[in-house]
Design a protein around this ligand. Structure first.
Ligand code: COA
Length: 177
């Protein structure tokens, strides 16, 4: 398994990232998209991400295994002028074939280091309340701000709550146990 920062995404990488997003949404993850969700929609999303990455508006990590791209996470760097020290962590996605082996944790540690490389010391994210991701962030020392009930929808249309977290990297990044 290899995790690396990409400053530009090839069309085959856009396709591989889209397959990961498609797998996550098909599995019921609430990550911004509704069912029915087509692979083409996932490709359009990552084509836009690719232009943001090239323009420096986002930073992205890509994880690959023997079968290709299996995970990713992004930082949104394009924030208002009064938040130059901050980034939003978004689209933490691990393909179902690669889950529960520590890749999510490795991507989070990588994203924290990526933030420091981008001179961002305060990270904010949100996750489905009580979900797998929220448990991961709490385990890695992220501070839980609070819950917003009924904030978003699952792909099948049910409401889900959102929990906001932040991490002040001036207090240290997550390290392996
Ligand atoms: C949330 C998500 C990113 C986690 O990815 P992951 O690679 O499975 O994460 P990890 O492997 O680091 O940790 C997951 C669990 O596996 C466990 N684990 C890690 N390595 C393990 C191993 N070698 N053997 C057994 N269990 C292991 C962890 O302890 C953790 O346990 P928990 O569920 O009890 O907390 C993934 O489930 C996902 O992509 N979900 C869909 C998209 C989504 O919801 N993204 C979040 C948006 S906010």
């Amino acid at each position: 398994m290899e995790i690396s920062r990409h400053h530009r995404l090839t069309s085959s990488e856009i396709h591989g990232l889209a397959e990961v997003l498609f797998d996550c949404v098909r599995g019921g993850a609430s990550v911004g998209f509704m069912a029915p969700f087509a692979l083409e929609q996932a490709e359009s999303f990552f084509a836009k991400v690719a232009s943001d990455v090239e323009a420096g508006r986002r930073a992205i990590l890509v994880a690959k295994d023997g079968q290709g791209i299996c995970g990713t996470v992004q930082l949104i760097l394009d924030l208002p002028d009064n938040q130059p020290h901050r980034a939003d962590l978004v689209k933490m996605l691990v393909h179902s074939r690669a889950r529960r082996r520590g890749l999510g944790e490795a991507l989070m540690r990588g994203a924290e280091n990526l933030a420091l490389d981008c001179r961002r010391t305060l990270l904010v994210l949100d996750a489905v309340t009580g979900g797998d991701a929220a448990r991961l962030y709490a385990r890695l020392g992220w501070t839980r701000v609070g819950d917003v009930p009924g904030f978003a929808l699952y792909p099948d249309g049910r409401f889900c709550g959102t929990t906001y977290f932040y991490k002040d990297l001036a207090q240290g990044v997550s390290t392996p146990e």
